[in-house]
Structures are given as C-alpha cells and as structure tokens.
Design a protein around this ligand. Structure first.
Ligand SMILES: Nc1nc2c(ncn2[C@@H]2O[C@H](COP(=O)(O)OP(=O)(O)OP(=O)(O)O)[C@@H](O)[C@H]2O)c(=O)[nH]1
Ligand SMILES: [Mg+2]
Length: 241
C-alpha cells in the first residue's frame, strides 16, 4: 500500500523523553490515519545515550529508526530520513513534540485542500501566541536571526526556524537530494532551494505547546549558523541547475 504520510523526528540524545514521544505518535497516527498508510521515522543523529535502541526496543507498529554513528546536526538527520521515507507527504517535527500532535493532521489536511502548495511551513509569527512561553532571550535570538535572514539572505517568509515543515514527494526528491548543510541553518537552505526549483511554499500558523530547557548554545550555534548561511548562499548561487 502506498504511504500517505511520513512523520520524521530528528533525534539527538533525547533518551528521557523519546519513548513517550514514540508511544504518543504511534497512538495519534493509528487513530488519525488508516493502517499501512503512515510511518514514523526517528532519525538518530549519532545519539550516545541509547535513544535509537530505546525506540527500536518498543517495537511499535509503523515506527522505525534510521541514523548514523557520529553526531552531524539536525539538517543531516532530517535529510537522511526525508530521503529514506516513502510517504506522499513527508513532514518533520521535533522530538519533544513541541508543536503538539494535532499539527500533523492539520498539515496533512492543509496540503490536501491546497493542491497548489508543494511545501507547508509552520510559522510562530502568524498568531499572537506563537511564541508564548519562550524566554525573553530565546525570543530575541529568534527575532534577530529572522531579521538577519531577511536583510542579508533576502528571506521573504515569516519564520525560518520553526521545527515543523511538510513537503510533497516531488519536492523532497529535488530539494533534499541536493542539500548540504548539516547544522541548524539547513531550514534556510531548504527554503532557498525550494524557491530556486520553483516549488510553491505556503505558511501555516503554529504555536509551541510544550517548552523544555533549551539545548542550544546561543553564541556557538549562532556563529556556526551565520557561517553556514554565508557559504550556502555562495554555493547555491554558483550551481547552474
Ligand atoms: N540540540 C540538538 N538537537 C538535534 C541535533 N540533531 C537533531 N536534533 C533534534 O532537533 C530537534 C530540535 O532540537 P531542540 O534542541 O529542541 O532545538 P530547537 O527546538 O530549535 O530550540 P529550542 O527552542 O531551544 O527548543 C530535536 O528533535 C532534537 O533531538 C543536534 O545535533 N543537536
Ligand atoms: Mg525545541
């Protein structure tokens, strides 16, 4: 049977929460979609805490784990699973299910009802409460990065970093087979390539429902992101196809 939807969970050292996430997702997916038409793929980004083994050991129907040994970054984890997935629609969301589970049904319906859209991107800036619960400094970092992307990168959407994005099969092949950025800046690479290859992007409001302590190092990760950004812009411009 052809798969309608693949849900991809990039995962790096998420042991304390990952079994709960896998069970919650399995329950949601089997209630929302017909048997055999969905899959959940955990993409193990070189976890050293046994996250991958923990999910495998649960042996949940429709749930699988892909991955590699060495930590490379969220971009690499998402790309690996996107290319391994089989669904007509493939979406990724964070391991802590920060945007809830209903967002999966909402994204799938939105793509079905909007045949023109190839890609659907969650945005925390389309509703007043999108950033509710964020610390001041985390919210500020997010806004500064977005401004920078707009000014330096020519970004034209309202949220680049949201961890919830869905793609149709054709867009996945064209875009992710060419992506290179392994780290946090991969979201922008995906959006740049989507534009370059003529895919249509729509935005949809999302809200963060669950907050946990951030694992991001604002200084180190921001510097690396800016470097990746600069390199990526140059590379994509140089490519002819
Ligand atoms: N921190 C981190 N997360 C990774 C990595 N690779 C994949 N991930 C996954 O990427 C997702 C987002 O990670 P978070 O640490 O919540 O980052 P975030 O949501 O952008 O930032 P916060 O607002 O601080 O939560 C999770 O599912 C992680 O398990 C990695 O190398 N480092
Ligand atoms: Mg998070």
């Amino acid at each position: 049977m052809t798969k309608q939807i693949s849900v991809i969970i990039p995962m790096y050292n998420e042991r304390p929460i990952i079994e709960n996430t896998a069970r919650t997702l399995c329950q949601y997916m089997s209630g929302r979609f017909e048997d055999g038409t969905w899959e959940v793929i955990f993409s193990d980004d070189g976890s050293s805490d046994g996250s991958g083994e923990a999910v495998r050991a649960l042996n949940l129907p429709g749930v699988q784990v892909v991955g590699y040994e060495k930590n490379r970054g969220k971009g690499c984890a998402v790309r690996t699973a996107m290319l391994a997935a089989e669904g007509d629609i493939r979406m990724f969301t964070d391991a802590d299910l920060a945007y809830g589970t209903e967002v999966i049904g909402r994204f799938t319906d939105a793509l079905k009802n909007n045949p023109d859209a190839d890609i659907l991107i969650g945005s925390r800036n389309l509703s007043a409460d999108g950033y509710e619960g964020y610390t001041f400094i985390r919210r500020l970092a997010s806004k500064v990065y977005l401004r920078l992307l707009c000014i330096v990168g020519g970004f034209r959407l309202t949220d680049s970093q949201c961890g919830c994005k869905a793609f149709r099969r054709e867009a996945v092949q064209e875009i992710f087979s060419r992506c290179r950025v392994d780290g946090w800046a991969f979201d922008f690479e995906v959006i740049l390539r989507a534009g370059k290859y003529g895919f249509k992007i729509s935005e949809i409001p999302v809200k963060v429902m669950c907050h946990r302590e951030s694992k991001i190092s604002l200084l180190r990760d921001a510097v690396k992101m800016l470097f990746d950004l600069w390199r990526m812009k140059k590379e994509i411009k140089r490519e002819k196809d």
